[in-house]
Design a protein around this ligand. Structure first.
Ligand code: F6P
Ligand code: MG
Length: 455
């Protein structure tokens, strides 16, 4: 049940796998240790101090394993719902492998699971998030883009009652395409890559104006946006209940863009229910947990993160947050956190390793996978040619009975690139020559659709 192409591994020096395993992950872990140490220095109760210092000791052990390229040991039974799945995968498929010669995707995920173990084994710090400060901080530094969107979208969109009027219909189509791009590019600012970015650089990546979006559309190398529109529109015409799922990626600004998009989907009637899938614990630095979800909406509603904002701007933020809270209360927006999302499995194994989740997703009218990591998992993170059709690259997620319609909204930040069409290999080759680094810069993107297969 594997694709015919080899998965990237840390020792592949030509790939981003190498730089990640060799230097990015130790840097990220070092910053996590700094964060926990800062908290330790602020804590006064002895029992809690001792407990946290033991967490830091465990993080130091993990650092030794990572830098010394140790063999991957089983996960300690910390009561988490995913321990069995993890240890099955380690012993069945990767016994004796180390950080560098295990598949990159697995070894990287394993590092985040081990980091979680450092805290889950404690008494007082089980839910501590070493990335929480960074996540919040980046949202507060995204004010320009945050308010540009809030001022435009706080007032409700007009109801879609004159849907047959061709002008109104065209306006709605354009709005859908624009907001799909807002949701897509919201992914370019994840924290694992932006460790050293200045505020100016963040602003440049988050530009959301219409002209900007027209320009960036050219950087979407495989672009099925129009087909996605046809899918959601057809659902609205045909179905009474219309469910769209988001498999979320990053907290803060990206989640805010996801909310803006999901808000439009509800208001336009393109969806009657949106289910959001987040992580149970801190994952790949900036991925959304329930705490991040609550923090964002509550901070928008009651917080004071933007001291330089005007009162109209703050009001627009609150209007959005209040409406979003209503969606939550009314059951139109639902947060879920299945344990499978924090495992090392790719989505080629989703139907067999998490059949309940597969069945659940198969009941959705469209599943939107956000971001780079989800794309790597969909495509098995392997060296498939860029001309490989998306359906082929995602294997069972496209061709198993009951596979839902799937769209991947992903800014390209790592090696695997598929779905660029018949001429795709030539496009990739030209970029390799002209713009080395194009696969990790987040400048390019793909929006790729798979039509699924009825159950
Ligand atoms: O460490 C590499 C990586 O997995 C890349 O996929 C990407 O650089 C980052 O981590 C996560 O990106 P995203 O938040 O878009 O999934
Ligand atoms: Mg992420």
């Amino acid at each position: 049940n594997n694709p015919p192409w080899p998965a990237y591994r840390g020792y592949h020096e030509y790939s981003f796998a190498h730089a990640t395993m060799q230097s990015r992950l130790p840097t990220i872990l070092g910053k996590a240790i700094d964060d926990a140490t800062r908290t330790l220095n602020e804590e006064s109760l002895e029992e809690r101090v001792v407990d946290l210092s033991q967490c830091i000791d465990r993080m130091e052990d993990l650092m030794k394993d990572l830098s010394g390229n140790a063999k991957l040991r089983p996960i300690v039974d910390d009561g988490e719902a995913d321990v069995v799945t993890w240890n099955k995968e380690i012993t069945k498929f990767f016994r004796g492998k180390d950080f560098m010669n295990a598949p990159w995707l697995f070894a990287e995920a394993y590092k985040y699971r081990r980091l979680h173990e450092c805290f889950s084994a404690s008494k007082y710090w089980k839910d501590y998030d070493v990335f929480y400060r960074q996540k919040n901080d980046t949202f507060s530094r995204s004010s320009d883009a945050v308010f540009e969107l809030a001022m435009r979208f706080a007032n409700p969109h007009p109801p879609p009652k004159d849907i047959d009027d061709p002008k109104r219909y065209e306006a709605e189509r354009l709005m859908f395409l624009e907001l799909t791009q807002v949701c897509l590019w919201g992914n370019s600012t994840d924290l694992s890559l932006l460790i050293n970015m200045t505020e100016e650089q963040i602003k440049a990546l988050q530009a959301t104006g219409e002209d900007q979006l027209a320009a960036t559309e050219q950087n979407i190398l495989g672009n099925d946006m129009e087909r996605v529109w046809e899918v959601v529109k057809a659902n609205r015409d045909k179905k009474k209940d219309r469910r769209i799922d988001f498999v979320l990626d990053n907290a803060g600004f990206e989640l805010y863009c996801d909310f803006i998009y999901a808000d439009f989907l509800i208001q336009s009637g393109l969806a009657t229910e949106v289910r959001f899938h987040g992580k149970r614990y801190p994952w790949f630095v900036s991925d959304v947990t329930k705490k991040d979800w609550d923090w964002l909406i509550n901070n928008m509603c009651y917080g004071n993160l933007f001291p330089h904002a005007s009162s109209a701007e703050m009001q627009s933020l609150r209007m959005l947050a209040k409406r979003w809270k209503q969606y939550e209360k009314g059951g139109q927006w639902i947060y879920e956190q299945h344990p499978f999302w924090c495992t090392g499995y790719t989505y080629w194994d989703l139907h067999s390793e998490a059949p309940d989740l597969f069945l659940h997703l198969s009941q959705s009218d469209l599943v939107i996978f956000k971001g780079d990591l989800n794309h790597r998992k969909l495509t098995y993170d392997c060296a498939a040619p860029a001309s490989t059709p998306f359906e082929e690259a995602i294997g069972p997620m496209a061709n198993s009975a009951g596979a839902p319609k799937v769209v991947s909204l992903r800014t390209i930040k790592s090696d695997v690139v598929v779905g660029l069409g018949l001429n795709g290999d030539a496009v990739a080759k030209e970029l390799d020559e002209k713009e080395p680094g194009w696969k990790i810069s987040g400048k390019y993107a793909v929006v790729l659709l798979s039509e699924g297969r009825p159950g």
